[in-house]
Design a binder for this molecule. Structure first.
Ligand SMILES: [Zn+2]
Length: 148
């Protein structure tokens, strides 16, 4: 059997803090107007300026802006599961899977504080583990958290 690898998808969208290894999201912020985007953009859509955007940390915690329980899975995803838009205090609205809670409407509320985790998302066609970013409710514990 072939060796299985771990693949990090959208790896430019997050980094690991060198002190302690906690992940944080990477976005773009406009030096002129303060507009923040996730994922990072090359051009500020407010200023229409290609020189003003710089890469910034958007941190690792946000709040649920809206969420949905999906009962039919996309290919490679086992339903039911939860997806949400997460608002980052530094700016940016992030579409993400939610982990660490039951996949039901009562598990989350708008405004629930969530934290970034880098975890297995799915397996690819070769059986490799594909990891990417998700959020989980703060206080949901370390259950299911990836080591890095
Ligand atoms: Zn701008």
């Amino acid at each position: 059997m072939a060796q299985k690898d771990v693949v990090y998808q959208e790896a430019g969208c997050y980094r690991f803090d060198p002190r302690g290894g906690r992940p944080y999201l990477v976005g773009g912020k406009c030096r002129r107007c303060g507009y923040a985007a996730f994922p990072a953009r090359a051009v500020c859509p407010v200023c229409i300026d290609r020189e003003s955007m710089e890469e910034v940390s958007l941190g690792s915690r946000g709040t649920v802006d809206t969420f949905s329980v999906l009962r039919a899975g996309a290919p490679g995803f086992e339903a039911p599961y939860v997806v949400a838009y997460v608002l980052m205090p530094a700016g940016g609205r992030v579409f993400s899977l939610i982990t660490g809670c039951e996949p039901s409407e009562g598990s989350l509320e708008i405004g629930t504080e969530v934290e970034l985790v880098i975890e297995k998302i799915r397996e690819d066609e070769q059986g490799n583990e594909v990891r990417g970013y998700k959020f989980r409710p703060v206080g949901a514990g370390e259950r299911g958290a990836g080591p890095r």
